[in-house]
Design a protein around this ligand. Structure first.
Ligand code: PMP
Ligand code: GLU
Length: 397
């Protein structure tokens, strides 16, 4: 069977693949500790679940407007005003089936063959494949630990060509947790406005932020950059609602209405009852959001310290999200049963086979010296899992 070349040009999501492999091994009885899954281990708060149950009982179970119900658009508009000081109209917001779907839709309506899209690395695994599916070319701008895993205005400017359509920013970042300050965003915005490119800002980890770091989105830096920006956000991470599949975009009306047109020919509306739950998430009490963030912060402190205590390992301290991205190159070159560990994939395979620990190889995020661990799991599992990694590293010869 010949599949379309489009599907052969991408690979499956590594984060999802590793999570499902770890789950399959667990189902076979293996005692696997999973650091793969990038989703909160908390339950969706009760008041949000109740809103969905009420929607079912009220018979709110039919098609809705393709781009989302007005009540949810209004909740998104209020959220963007309250949290980000951004003003949008209903016609400038669209709701999709998760932020991944939002990003996919944006790529489909904005990018095509011949376009270049700038992606700072380490990047979330899906950006590059979403861009490739649109026919455009991802242009990777490599950042380093010494620069706090952040792209400088100079790097951005040097990557821009006549073909550049957009840049994708993600702060706090998956996988590094690096978070841009407002000043850093203003400096990037200056280049974006001067060069007249678009910016897609993926703010899904906005609420998971530490040490009192004030979150800023680039769209709020100036009116000029707002006109070139599409804000992407969702309820998955902030409200532990990964399975509900609600994400959204806010930006120029022309882009937003194109997304709604595309959606009218593929998914139609996002699930009606999940939309009602998202209204409650955004409009209801926000205590659980900061409670979860404080718990993640404690776990971050534990995992960063434990990883840095392993000889040969160096771990950047994230300011947000729930991932660590430690550098393991100090253990590369050593071997297990004569098999050398020289890449992040070798290391991830070794850790899964010999230590029963699932991690994502850094190469999937564009950096082969690193691995990604999600600390969205209990303190006990984090401690036991990192202890297993320490032992496994010690056993390398
Ligand atoms: N952006 C980033 C950086 C992510 O880590 C995720 C998590 N899957 C998403 C977008 C998509 O989230 P969702 O589709 O669950 O809203
Ligand atoms: N964003 C999460 C991760 O990076 C969830 C899985 C996915 O959609 O990639 O692990």
């Amino acid at each position: 069977m010949n599949l379309a070349s489009r599907i052969n040009s991408i690979k499956p999501s590594a984060t999802l693949a590793i999570t499902s492999k770890a789950n399959a091994l667990k189902a076979e009885g293996r005692d696997i500790i999973g650091f793969g899954a990038g989703e909160p281990d908390f339950d969706t708060p009760d008041h949000i679940k109740k809103a969905a149950i009420k929607a079912i009982n009220d018979g709110f179970t039919k098609y809705t407007p393709v781009g989302g119900i007005e009540e949810l658009k209004d909740a998104i508009i209020a959220k963007l005003k309250r949290d980000n000081n951004l003003t949008y109209k209903r016609s400038e917001t669209v709701v999709s089936c998760g932020a991944k779907h939002t990003l996919y839709n944006l790529a489909q309506v904005l990018f095509q063959e011949g376009d270049e899209v700038i992606v700072p690395s380490p990047y979330w695994v899906s950006y590059t494949d979403i861009i490739i599916l649109s026919g455009a070319k991802p242009v990777i701008v490599k950042t380093s630990v010494s620069a706090g895993f952040k792209m400088t205005p100079n790097q951005l400017e040097n990557a821009i060509t006549t073909r550049t359509k957009a840049v994708i920013l993600n702060s706090p970042s998956n996988p590094t947790g690096a978070t841009y300050t407002r000043e850093e965003l203003a400096a990037l915005a200056e280049v974006i406005v001067r060069k007249g490119i678009l910016v897609i800002t993926d703010d899904v980890y906005e609420k998971i932020i530490y040490d009192g770091f004030p979150f800023s989105t680039i769209a709020s830096v100036s009116e000029e950059v707002k006109g070139l920006a599409v804000v992407v956000n969702g309820v998955s991470k902030a409200y532990a609602m990964t399975g509900w599949r609600i994400g959204y975009a806010a930006g120029p009306e022309q882009i937003i209405s194109a997304v709604a047109k595309l959606q009218s020919q593929n998914t139609s509306n996002p699930t009606s009852i999940a939309q009602k739950a998202a209204v409650e998430a955004l409009n209801g009490p926000q205590d659980s959001v900061s409670d979860m963030a404080r718990e993640f912060e404690k776990r971050r402190d534990i995992i960063v310290a434990a990883l840095n205590a392993i000889p040969g390992v160096s771990c950047f301290k994230p300011q947000g999200a729930f991932y660590v991205f430690p550098d393991f190159s100090g253990v590369f070159g050593r071997s297990c049963k004569g098999k050398p560990i020289s890449t992040s994939t070798d290391l991830a395979t070794y850790l899964l086979d010999e230590a029963n620990v699932a991690v994502v190889p850094g190469i999937e995020f564009g950096h082969d010296a690193f691995i990604r661990l999600s600390y969205a799991s209990s303190m006990k599992l984090i401690q036991t899992g990192v202890e297993r990694i320490r032992e496994a590293v010690k056993n390398l010869s």
